[in-house]
Design a protein around this ligand. Sequence first.
Ligand code: ADP
Ligand code: MG
Length: 311
Amino acid sequence: MSTGEFGLIDRYFKKIPGFNAAVKLGIGDDCALLDIPEGYELALTTDTMVEGIHFLPGADPETLGHKILAVNLSDLASMGARPVSVMLALTLPTVYDSWLTAFAKGFFSLAECFQVDLIGGDTTRGPLTLTLQALGLIPKGKALKRSAAKAGDIICMTGSLGDAGLGLKIAQGLTIADSATSLQRFHTPMPRIAEGLAIRDHAHACIDISDGLVADLKHILKASGVGAHLEWERLPLSNAVKHYIDTTGDWQMPLVAGDDYELCFTIPEANLSALSIPYTAIGRIDQDQGVRIYKSATLQTLTQQGYEHFS
Ligand code: ADP
Ligand code: MG
């Protein structure tokens, strides 16, 4: 970009002082510098959101600022990492003060919640695209990996399921009585950082539910070489989601809808009593490959799928 690039970065993105003690040098030099404490390893993740693919043209910039940060912090949460800092690559068709102000507001209010510093990035002109890289710290060897599930583990999840999926349907035109909560769950998910830290020493495998419970659980099963059975009646459903299912018959929605950003984890039964957070047990890991879903004690077949690019 032109000389405007540097003014833009200073104006909207440079916050001094920072929140996080591990950050030794933030925005303004060719690289940022981090101090990695003795006994810890870095967890790194990146996610991109493209206008027209991940959000509609004209989407609210404050929501986008929140969401691009939230989806990345959610990946840190699912490994049991404590967030430290993020880097933001921003591609903008034009520079609108009102857009950038609102984007920065959504972004920094969530960053402050989790004491995360924006330590650098890149700013370019082009079709609206948001890319964030997030860094977190985990005590060495303690990360919750997808490959660590074991037969016999209980499958648990935080929060409730299908609210963001319902929010998406509302955003697409479905009308229900009280839509505010579901819409909020879809637009501004909260990364389950405290939950990831709380389960880290007790759980085996963990994943954040971004593409749908069944689709994401399958990643754990494949990486761990195990299978699972789920009991539909155990799924934690809000009243709004229950009402949606009662009126439409669409019982598969909470299993296949994405964007909830709750954590799904597997844990030995003996460790459940050590958990200090609310959770719901929804099934069990077993040896037989694949996911078996029981509803009214009858094996069900899913006809809907989670979200996948290039499919
Ligand atoms: P370089 O050309 O050396 O890569 P840039 O001119 O792209 O550096 O950026 C200058 C400084 O501003 C760097 O510290 C960079 O990390 C930071 N930066 C650029 N764009 C952003 C952004 N959108 N958000 C946060 N920091 C940014
Ligand atoms: Mg650059």
